[in-house]
Design a protein around this ligand. Structure first.
Ligand SMILES: [Zn+2]
Ligand SMILES: [Zn+2]
Length: 135
């Protein structure tokens, strides 16, 4: 067990090592709020953040947090106000929009390719000593 600060109330609690960093009390509240919003959205799919807030009392910031945690997918994220961390475009889930995600993956692959080239230059080329996968 590890001691952590609750993401909502900042109280120190014993973190079991998995799941959201919420103390047992906030976790219960969070779960109850989530179920409430889920119930509301089942009946009124595509409701705006403001409507969800008025109907359930769950703050829009909490809704955005769920979008970022990918627990909630919002078809009209614009109304919710959740935006991409990188370009500021509205996102329906996670912290980055699909374009930026793809961009990051592409960039990663590019730099990886460069690194692989560098490594190949440094390492003496030998059929016997080179790295290879086990068959
Ligand atoms: Zn808490
Ligand atoms: Zn983006």
């Amino acid at each position: 067990m590890e001691l952590k600060n609750c993401a909502t109330c900042h109280r120190v609690f014993q973190y079991p090592g998995y799941g959201y960093i919420l103390c047992p009390e906030c976790r219960r509240t969070d779960e109850a709020q989530f179920q409430l919003v889920k119930k509301f959205l089942d009946q009124y799919p595509g409701a705006e953040g403001k409507e969800v807030f008025l109907a359930t009392g769950v703050p829009i910031n909490t809704l955005i947090k769920w979008v970022r945690e990918e627990r909630l997918i919002s078809s009209n994220a614009v109304n919710l106000g959740a935006v991409c961390d990188r370009c500021g475009k509205p996102v329906s889930s996670g912290k980055l929009c699909p374009d930026c995600r793809k961009d990051i993956v592409d960039k990663f692959k590019e730099t990886e390719a460069e690194d692989i080239e560098k490594v190949e230059k440094i390492l003496p080329k030998s059929k016997n000593n080179g790295m290879r996968f086990l068959q």
